[in-house]
Design a binder for this molecule. Structure first.
Ligand SMILES: *[C@@H]1O[C@H](CO)[C@@H](O)[C@H](O)[C@H]1NC(C)=O
Ligand SMILES: *[C@@H]1O[C@H](CO)[C@@H](O)[C@H](O)[C@H]1NC(C)=O
Ligand SMILES: *[C@@H]1O[C@H](CO)[C@@H](O)[C@H](O)[C@H]1NC(C)=O
Length: 355
């Protein structure tokens, strides 16, 4: 009995003591040492001490500014790493390379301005990457090179101006791409190469004005394409038609539409495509021409082509009148010439009769 009590004591003591040894002061390590919560602990540096068995490490709301190489070498079993709301501006090459089981990485609300190739090294299991509210300005083929398994990428609220060709080409399993509230002005073909599993593409709140017609053609699964709150004054039929999904909802409100006859024609064609759903078509408002500003496109829709029809009519009538006039003139001239001939003949005749 005494022995049993002693063993029990030992066990409880050791299970009490070991977290204290391996858990960083300010952190709370629990759940059979699988969770280490160091939220708001005033930490400025990595690595932090956490049990090797830790699967969830919450380092959010600290003062960490650099993710050094091998910063997580002591916690290789991590599945979730929360680093949001720190001061991270630099991730050294291979900063996360030891984390082969990591599934979710939250780096939102930091100061990350560039993603070098070494950033994604070793993150082949990552499913979700949160990078919103950072300072990214451009994306290219190296930015996400090793993220083969990624399904959700949140890049909202950065300063992204350019998305180069093949930027997301390694992520053929990506399902959601959030690029809302960035500074994109145009999209080139190739930007979304390989994103054949993408279901949601959010491009709202950018400064998009133009897109190359083939830019959406790699998207074979997209069900929601959000283009709201950009700077489109017109849209190209081919660009939206190139989405090869059997049902795509497209959002287009909040753009400065130039309501002319051409726009009406494009929308009429788009609305006749059965696999495209223009969910907020009824809410689209005109920005140009000035007389139609703030009017809904649907209100003026039927009149947009009237002016042009009138112009065409006027031109047709003018041409007709000109042609008719020319014909009449020609007739008259012919007549006159015939008359003239008659007259000369008569004169010749009368001259003859003079003899
Ligand atoms: C955040 O990092 C910047 C340098 O990148 C530094 O100047 C600033 O003092 C840091 N802020 C805090 C609160 O640590
Ligand atoms: C993207 O990040 C923002 C800001 O952190 C967040 O509010 C939003 O829920 C995220 N979206 C997704 C789909 O993860
Ligand atoms: C259209 O606008 C109204 C109010 O302005 C809003 O309640 C409604 O949700 C909008 N519909 C769509 C599809 O955006």
């Amino acid at each position: 009995m005494k022995q049993l009590a002693f063993v029990l004591l030992l066990v409880t003591q050791s299970s009490c003591r070991s977290p204290a040894k391996t858990c960083q002061p300010g952190c709370d390590c629990r759940g059979a040492l699988k969770f280490a919560v160091c939220q708001g602990a005033g930490l400025a540096l990595l690595p932090v001490r956490a049990p090797a068995s830790t699967e969830l490490l919450d380092l959010s709301h600290n003062l960490i500014s650099v993710v050094p190489r091998r910063g997580f070498a002591g916690t290789r079993k991590l599945r979730v790493l929360l680093l949001q709301s720190n001061n991270i501006s630099r991730v050294e090459d291979g900063g996360f390379a030891q984390l082969e089981f990591l599934q979710k990485l939250d780096l939102s609300w930091n100061r990350v301005a560039a993603l070098a190739e070494g950033f994604s090294l070793g993150l082949a299991s990552l499913r979700e990457l949160q990078l919103s509210h950072n300072r990214l300005t451009s994306l290219d083929a190296r930015s996400f090179l090793h993220l083969d398994g990624l399904q959700r990428l949140n890049l909202s609220d950065n300063g992204v101006r350019t998305v180069q060709a093949r930027s997301f080409a390694s992520m053929s399993g990506l399902r959601q791409l959030h690029l809302q509230r960035n500074r994109l002005t145009s999209l080139r073909s190739g930007a979304f190469t390989m994103l054949r599993s993408l279901e949601l593409l959010d491009l709202s709140g950018n400064r998009l004005q133009e897109m190359e017609p083939a830019v959406f053609s790699p998207l074979a699964s997209v069900t929601l394409l959000n283009l709201a709150d950009n700077r489109f004054s017109t849209v190209c039929f081919k660009t939206l038609l190139s989405v090869r999904t059997h049902g795509t909802h497209v959002l287009l409100r909040g753009n400065p539409w130039n309501c002319d006859c051409e726009l009406q024609r494009v929308f009429r064609k788009l609305r006749s495509v059965q696999r495209l759903f223009l969910d907020d078509y009824l809410n689209l408002t005109c920005s140009e021409p000035a007389v139609l500003r703030a009017h809904r496109l649907t209100e003026v829709d039927s009149e947009l082509c009237i002016a042009e029809t009138v112009t065409v009519l006027v031109i047709t009538v003018t041409v007709l009148i000109t042609v008719l006039a020319a014909m009449l003139m020609g007739e008259r001239k012919k007549k006159r010439r015939r008359k003239g001939l008659h007259w000369t003949q008569q004169r010749e005749f009368s001259d003859d009769s003079d003899f």
